[in-house]
Write a protein that binds this ligand. Structure first.
Ligand SMILES: NC(=O)c1ccc[n+]([C@@H]2O[C@H](COP(=O)([O-])OP(=O)(O)OC[C@H]3O[C@@H](n4cnc5c(N)ncnc54)[C@H](OP(=O)(O)O)[C@@H]3O)[C@@H](O)[C@H]2O)c1
Length: 361
């Protein structure tokens, strides 16, 4: 597909921005599918239709915008934030509807990396439509409706953020296991906001046994509250049936053949982090907040399955107690995992860092 080098008119760029804005007014509208926006310009460049993707099974953004445009779409341009789909899922391919509406030109931001759905741009071009992809790509990547879905689709698994609260000397609890509180209320509120921005929150059985966390979003301020799935990685089924994280919206992942009973859904899955992520991905989870503890976090980091870290540091010293990570099998500095800092800041008396791994090209 010819790309961004091709000329795009100011009206087309505006239409793409309108489509991005419309999608981001309700970024979870189509979850777990991407929330896409589309706009139709008539042959004179006038905006005649706007649309946003509906929840799964409902019309895609292109169909909604073409419907709003009616006969105004004939000979016109479709501007859409994601490459139109070419496969048949629960709805028919958008490429067919675009051709049927008589659209002459399609401009879009991000290519669709999903197997079975990609190739819409090329198919439209082959049918004689003038297609330009990769326009406003950076804005699309930053758009709340697309960012998580795109990253997960490209990685082929949910995106993982590891979050940890540590003392100045890198401890995540005191020697007796007590850990309330290493950081203050502002950091805790930020942690709840972080939960609200993820599809699932994940901890190991050790954290459940030590801290009995609820794992819900309770104190996220003005942020829209969407409760994430609460996942406990518990190969041996050690989670007490009274654990506070259990209840509707909780999932306990035990090893194959392990019997566990309690008020939560149970899945049997191999111990490997990749296997758990595959199970979660099939359930529509696009983003996972890994809240520890040190053993489970080390397993994910060793497997190269962490995309971002959020580290909160409280101005306390503990001297002993569980470290942020229970070892990474790194014997010498040359073998260190190298990361890049993306952000630093303060949360009341505490500090935070966000970072991501430097991956070999
Ligand atoms: N400050 C913080 O941010 C923070 C956050 C969380 C926890 N913590 C602290 O961490 C301590 C608990 O540490 P922890 O290491 O026991 O907790 P953990 O990492 O939550 O749990 C460890 C357990 O996870 C299970 N597990 C599931 N999948 C695994 C895999 N792929 N690889 C390895 N283990 C897997 C294992 O259970 P089996 O042994 O049964 O197989 C393992 O024993 C507590 O003191 C808690 O306060 C602090």
């Amino acid at each position: 597909v010819p790309s961004e080098v091709r000329r795009v008119s100011p009206a087309e760029r505006d239409a793409l921005r309108r489509a991005l804005e419309l999608a981001d007014e309700d970024p979870a509208a189509a979850h777990p599918n991407p929330t896409v926006g589309a706009a139709v310009l008539d042959p004179t460049g006038r905006l005649v239709g706007l649309g946003r993707s509906a929840p799964p099974g409902g019309p895609h953004a292109e169909i909604a915008a073409l419907g709003a445009a009616g006969s105004g779409a004939e000979g016109g341009t479709l501007a859409v934030t994601l490459e139109p789909c070419h496969g048949t899922g629960r709805t028919g391919p958008c490429t067919t509807a675009i051709l049927a509406a008589g659209i002459r030109r399609v401009v879009y931001c991000a290519a669709d990396p999903a197997p079975g759905f990609a190739g819409g741009g090329a198919a439209l071009a082959a049918a004689g439509v003038d297609v330009v992809g990769g326009v406003e790509r950076a804005a699309a990547r930053a758009s709340a409706g697309l960012a998580g879905w795109l990253s997960a689709a490209e990685a082929g698994r949910p995106v993982v953020t590891w979050k940890v609260a540590a003392s100045l000397d890198g401890r995540t609890a005191a020697a007796d296991g007590s850990s309330r509180w290493i950081t203050g209320p502002a950091a805790r509120r930020a942690a709840h906001q972080l939960r609200a921005r993820h599809d699932a929150v994940l901890v190991g059985s050790g954290t459940v046994l030590a801290d009995d966390p609820e794992l819900t979003v309770r104190d996220a301020g003005d942020c829209d509250v969407r409760q994430p799935l609460r996942v406990i990685a518990d190969p041996r089924g050690r989670t007490p049936a009274t654990a506070r994280a259990l209840g509707p919206g909780a999932l306990v992942a035990v090893s194959t053949g392990v019997r566990w009973r309690g008020p939560a859904e149970v899945v049997e899955v191999a111990r490997q982090p990749a296997a758990l992520l595959a199970v979660l991905g099939r359930r529509g989870v696009r983003s996972v907040l890994l809240e520890g503890g040190p053993t489970l976090a080390a397993a994910f980091l060793t497997a190269g399955l962490v995309d971002r870290a959020v580290v909160h540091v409280g101005p306390v010293l503990l001297g002993a107690g569980p470290p942020a990570l229970a070892g990474l099998d790194i014997g010498t500095i040359a073998a260190a995992q190298r990361w890049q800092i993306d952000g630093v800041g303060r949360l009341g008396p505490d500090a935070y860092l966000t970072a991501r791994p430097l991956r070999e090209a």
